[in-house]
Ligand binder design. Sequence first.
Ligand code: DNO
Ligand code: MN
Length: 398
Amino acid sequence: MVADLEQTFRWFGPGDPVTLSAIKQTGANGIVTALHHISCGDIWSLQEIRQRKAMIENAGFNWAVVESVNIHESIKTGSGERDRYIDNYIQTLQNLAQEGIFTVCYNFMPVLDWTRTHLDYRLANGASALLYSAPALAAFDLYILERENAFTEFTAEQQTAAKQYYDGLNEDGKKLLTNTILAGLPGTDEVFTIAEFKEHLHKYNAIDKDTLKQNLFYFLSAIIPYAEKLGIKMCIHPDDPPFPILGLPRAASTLQDLEDLINSYPSIANGITLCTGSLGASGKNDIPQMITKLGNKIHFLHLRNVARQQDGSFYEADHLTGSVDMYEVMKAIINEQSARKNAGRSDIAIPMRPDHGHKLLDDFNYDTYPGYSVTGRLKGLAELRGLEMGIKRALFDK
Ligand code: DNO
Ligand code: MN
């Protein structure tokens, strides 16, 4: 038998309506958190890290993963200030290692972290899910943002769907869509106005996919030698969604992207957060195959599902049903664990979290972060734990 995956839960810190004592009842024993109150680019001091760590440990958990130490825009755009921010990043890693925290997630999405168009999409059973509607995103791009050249990026059919969507919105509907896309989902504290957002977009006018990837590799070649010495495992979270939106380039959407990243600086410290929901939003990503290929570079698992629609939309489905075959995913993960065991490696209990969950039952009484309800995630974790146990017993304990 190989060791169980380490069951973790994301917690947004003392301001999170989901308390550590509530998380205790889910059965998770690792906490995934970040110092969200520190501005992106600033150093996380030893004192701040210690304080947060003490809260987590006093509640009977360990701080399993930092998600995320966010990357300053100057690093993504490759502007003159980037080296200063890279120095800060290294200092933060040193402080985290000193406090015994060794797994650090980050992402390299320009301007926006993950993107959805609807935060309260009702499923047939009354649960509430997050939705990315392709026509709604296009309506925002074409008619609210009025981005230059946007029309050339959509087919005639997509333009018609976007127009229809836009025509069906009243003023409140337009505001809600704008806020949903620009107000930012958990992970970033930034809230943009349309004008500010346009300024940020302009900084990417001359940055195509290759340049963005080069900027990512520049960052990695600067920080990975330090991470390696410190024993820190960096793990990039893939783009969500894993295709370009709003004219912005993407650097971590496909197997090729992730292999390029690994090969840009080969080191165990240069790894991946395998997020099945983010990668699964593109039908081109074969996730079990990705797990096999990325192998021991996977340092953190986000397990959740999406239901992809014909038109490029997707909503967050139950953890075990949807477009991603979670049984095959779990089997590939267990194979990877076995390979690690056979190689005598110690990192077999890979930290995993149920990533997002639906709003269910009592979740409607709390104003939790979108996607981060407690009951919905508890249900997801329980299902995943059962799937893992079922496969492991069938494989190893006949
Ligand atoms: C999406 C979520 C994101 C993720 C950050 C990582 O799948 O997991 O909030 O945490 O983008 O930096
Ligand atoms: Mn994720």
